[in-house]
Design a protein around this ligand. Structure first.
Ligand SMILES: Nc1ncnc2c1ncn2[C@@H]1O[C@H](COP(=O)(O)OP(=O)(O)O)[C@@H](O)[C@H]1O
Ligand SMILES: [Mg+2]
Length: 393
């Protein structure tokens, strides 16, 4: 076989699928891994392995079997000490084993950002027992946001507004806890004007940024995103400086999704993913290079001479509302006919084998060539609403 870059992708969701397409276009061979067969990235990869990313022995066996040039995590929940072990033995983990370790748990990245780098964050305390939780809430004050340190997509996360709600919030977080650490973070609630993701790419030639992406979250999961987010040049510069400090600390090459809250001119660091970000799916329509293309280029050591915008753009998610294995998706014909002239729309249907309440099954994308972000947002929402899920049986 010709010598090509071999990638082991750990996690094979919709972000992984777009990444596989991007890196395969640059000539890579990809083995896509996830806990279930037929995952979105497996549909477009060269080979697949089915195992839990939290199963250390299975993860090590997959690395041994495929001897990849690049180990590329697509999810947060991975047996990261195995990644560290393989990095120590000369394998390349994207962006770095340290980045995966520090971002898998909220408390670790918070210590890097707030304590080591001195970035502004919400005030916070940790709790491992109900008594500690009550003390943490008393110290932080109400309202506050409670999250398991190891969780994603809003799982186990809640906002506590009254003292009565503290015990239930702890129980909910404990139940939403992923992995083996029973610890929650209690954060002061930030009454932000808006929140953004700053896609930050660490390359051999330095750190580059995409224009800020605005997004709206519900239940801790993103509903729509748009680019560019209206933000002052000074606020963008502040966010870029913080993002650069964090990604330089974490090391390695690749794209990071750095999240900030913005209140007036104040920019507050929230968290980050050392990989493409779900809200960054808007770049599938907004930019010359998508976030997946940028990740691929950065990790292959290829240049990124310019990131250019096609115009104000938006994405809107297409969600399921129940558990089903027998379902179909229709309405693409209507979805792909925008009612507003001068707008391009597109969709990505992820082909996940089963649905769950709120499971993301696709995304609608819109580009308002001559309009503004509000037109793009309305067009993306309209397209998403026209895609219909039908459940059978
Ligand atoms: N301290 C906070 N104050 C206000 N809103 C918050 C706070 N923390 C989280 N949120 C809201 O919840 C969303 C999800 O929280 P986040 O910490 O990003 O968790 P996840 O890892 O699940 O994305 C954020 O995008 C924001 O909308
Ligand atoms: Mg987040």
């Amino acid at each position: 076989m010709a010598s090509v870059t071999k990638v082991l992708l750990l996690g094979s969701g919709e972000l992984g699928r777009e990444f596989v397409i991007s890196i395969k276009r640059l000539g890579a061979y990809v083995v896509a891994c996830d806990a279930y067969a037929g995952a979105p990235a497996m549909q477009v990869a060269d080979a697949a392995e089915v195992f839990s990313m939290l199963d250390g022995a299975a993860l090590a066996a997959a690395i041994d079997k495929h001897a990849p040039d690049l180990i590329v995590p697509e999810v947060e929940a991975i047996r990261t000490e195995v990644l560290k072990d393989y990095e120590d033995r000369g394998f390349t983990v994207v962006p770095s084993a340290r980045a995966t370790i520090m971002t898998m748990n909220r408390d670790r990245i918070r210590e890097v950002a707030a304590t080591e780098l001195g970035l502004p964050t919400s005030s916070y305390r940790y709790a491992e027992t109900l008594a500690e939780m009550r003390a943490a809430v008393a110290a932080i004050g109400l309202p506050c946001v409670v999250k398991p340190v190891m969780s994603s997509s809003g799982k186990g996360q809640s906002t506590v507004r009254t003292t009565d709600a503290v015990d239930a919030a702890f129980a909910y977080a404990a139940q939403g806890m992923r992995g083996d650490r029973k610890r929650v973070i209690v954060e002061s609630f930030i009454p932000f004007d808006y929140e953004i993701t700053l896609l930050t790419i660490r390359t051999r030639d330095g750190v580059v940024f995409c224009p800020p992406i605005g997004h709206r979250q519900e239940r801790g999961d993103y509903q729509e995103s748009w680019q560019p987010a209206a933000m002052s040049a000074a606020a963008i510069a502040a966010a870029e400086a913080m993002a650069k400090a964090v990604v330089d600390n974490l090391g390695g090459y690749g794209l990071f999704g750095v999240e900030f809250f913005v209140k007036g001119e104040e920019v507050i660091f929230s968290e980050l993913s050392p990989r493409p970000h779900d809200t960054g799916m808007v770049t599938l329509i907004s930019q010359n290079l998508t976030e997946f293309d940028l990740h691929a280029r950065a990790i292959l050591g290829l240049p990124i001479p310019a990131i250019t915008q096609h115009g104000p753009s938006a994405s809107a998610v297409i969600l399921a509302d129940r558990d089903a294995a027998d379902f179909s998706i229709s309405g693409l014909d209507a979805a792909l006919r925008p009612s507003v002239p001068g707008v391009d729309v597109d969709v990505r249907i992820f082909n996940k084998p089963t649905t769950r309440p709120y499971r993301r099954m696709g995304v609608a994308l819109a580009l308002a060539r001559a309009g503004d972000v509000d037109i793009a947002r309305a067009a993306a929402r309209e397209a998403a609403a026209k895609v219909a899920l039908s459940y059978h049986g």
